[in-house]
Design a protein around this ligand. Structure first.
Ligand SMILES: [Zn+2]
Ligand SMILES: [Zn+2]
Length: 534
């Protein structure tokens, strides 16, 4: 599941570069000065900078302070003049947390940094983002805190970027300390990007989790722990989707292997919803600093498409602040209808997705495939629960993305669940994500075979809704056959549900005050049925 709005915490992961001296204390302005500074415009206070001639200068720290009222912009770009000869930049920050009544947002502020190449939207100056997960970070030519990009520390105007995610009625008083450590730059950082292919089994069904976080954003797992978790979950591929940064891409090379394909990606976290960019080019960064009304999203979706990647709105009904999807589906290649443990917002996502299938078929557009991902950040969230099982020509980046794009896929809560769905009739057969064109009244046998869902209930659904319900045996396996025609059903899809908490299988087509179904165990993309004489 997505993480709730986070606040900086003291129990940070301990994988930051280790050879850092303790930041020098910096002068702090009195509180009344903080409140008076009025930095909603991005002006900053600069203290204590003086270059010493001769030998390597001592560390220098400058402090940026300000007070943001409610209604401050989504992002503040605070300019920082980086002098010549800086080996490493270290940043720490904090802000006040005045008490607020229950139901009123308290202060929460994200942070990141852009270098001398500037802060233009979609520009090349991005050097890292840690959201609200860290209170300090550093970067140099050789290394950087996860979430940040190692590289040249060039002189010029850099910008610390604040994202005041929530502002209390009293406002938000922040202080940012930027320390310059001087000296010769270290050796150049070498990224280790993952290969675009793994061994594979030729044309086959491959299991993958396309939404995973690490310490490079707000997860607590290191990349090696995520790779181990993916292997333990029986996955063939994963996509790395840390929030608003590409820094993890360089870590995956040694962790991929013949048995595990790892694709670079990003979760673009805006104020109007989150989207997954799947299959980015190594090191490719996608900007997130816009809302739906800014009309910037389509060009970033195009940027991902130009790279051959997929645009996938994530957890569209997640109730957390800024998590509901408000950009529409015109640019999307798929939609994440199942995110982490099954919850009511997933029901809403499946209902909306299902409603759009018939519209797409009527309009002759390609329909939007469903995706299921764990969005796992940390223990005890389970990598691969759920995941997507995709029919691909091989275990390569392009083949996996093609299969996902085509909707030749179904969603599983774990690799213990197996499933096969076909429609057969008039001497023809189609599988998940495929089309079958047959005479309107030709009898069609819908056949679902499933295992791994003890006490489960199979639902077969068409554009009319649920048309058939059948319980599986106690061992969780079985085959269900139901007959229809292309004139009666524009598409057929299947769900396999666990029993409800009271042990009942679900209420079929009836109504009631509680949720009608137990948690999802598997869900297929549709088989499209078209009428035609030949
Ligand atoms: Zn998210
Ligand atoms: Zn996520």
């Amino acid at each position: 599941m997505p993480t709730e709005p986070s606040t900086p915490r003291s129990d940070q992961p301990t994988d930051q570069p280790t050879d850092q001296p303790t930041p020098q204390p910096a002068a702090r302005p009195a509180r009344r000065d903080l409140l008076r500074t009025g930095l909603a415009t991005g002006a900053a206070t600069t203290l204590g900078l003086a270059a010493a001639p001769g030998a390597t200068p001592a560390d220098r720290t400058l402090t940026l302070t300000g007070h943001l009222p409610t209604g401050a912009p989504d992002f503040l770009h605070l300019p920082v003049e980086v002098p010549e000869g800086v080996r490493e930049i270290a940043v720490s920050y904090g802000y006040d947390k005045p008490p607020v009544p229950a139901g009123t947002p308290g202060n929460s502020c994200d942070i990141g940094i852009f270098d001398e190449r500037g802060t233009d939207l979609g520009g090349s100056g991005f050097r890292g983002w840690s959201g609200g997960f860290r209170t300090e970070f550093s970067l140099s030519r050789s290394a950087a805190t996860p979430g940040y990009l190692p590289g040249p520390i060039n002189p010029g105007t850099w910008h610390v970027v604040l994202g005041p995610y929530q502002i209390a009625p009293q406002g938000l008083a922040y202080h940012v300390e930027v320390t310059f450590r001087f000296g010769a730059p270290g050796p150049q950082f070498t990224p280790h990007y993952p290969a675009e292919r793994a061994r594979g089994r030729g044309r086959a069904w491959y299991r993958g989790d396309c939404h995973l976080h690490t310490v490079h954003s707000d997860g607590r797992r290191k990349p090696e722990e995520v790779a181990a978790g993916a292997r333990a979950a029986g996955l063939d591929f994963i996509v790395s989707t840390d929030h608003n940064t590409s820094s993890s891409h360089a870590a995956w090379g040694p962790l991929a292997g013949p048995d595990l394909l790892i694709l670079p990606g990003e979760e673009i976290t805006t104020r109007n919803g989150h989207w997954l960019a799947l299959g980015l080019k190594p090191g490719q960064f996608v900007d997130w600093r816009y809302r739906s009304r800014d009309e910037e999203y389509p060009r970033f979706a195009r940027q991902v498409h130009r790279s051959g990647g997929l645009v996938v709105p994530a957890h569209p009904y997640c109730p957390y602040v800024a998590c509901q999807w408000k950009f529409g589906y015109e640019q999307a290649d798929a939609v994440e209808v199942w995110n982490g443990p099954w919850t009511y917002d997933d029901e809403s996502a499946v209902d909306t997705w299902d409603g759009r299938l018939a519209v797409a078929l009527r309009e002759g557009r390609s329909w939007l495939p469903a995706l299921g991902n764990s969005d796992a950040h940390s223990e005890p969230q389970v990598i691969g629960s759920p995941h997507t099982v995709v029919l691909a020509e091989d275990l390569t980046r392009d083949a996996i993305l093609d299969g996902l794009r085509a909707g030749r896929s179904w969603l599983a809560e774990s690799s213990a669940v197996t499933l096969d769905l076909t429609v057969t009739g008039h001497g023809r057969q189609a599988g998940i994500g495929e089309e079958l064109t047959v005479p309107a009244d030709a009898p069609l046998d819908v056949r679902l075979t499933v295992s791994g869902v003890p006490g489960g209930t199979v639902r077969l659904l068409t554009d009319e809704g649920q048309m058939h319900q059948e319980s599986l045996s106690a061992d969780g396996s079985g085959t269900v056959i139901w007959r229809t025609t292309a004139s009666l059903a524009a598409y057929v899809r299947a769900e396999v549900r666990h029993p409800k908490a009271d042990g009942t299988p679900g209420r079929g087509n009836s109504m009631g005050p509680d949720l009608p179904w137990g948690p999802m165990a598997a869900l297929t993309n549709p088989i499209v049925l078209r009428t035609g004489d030949r």
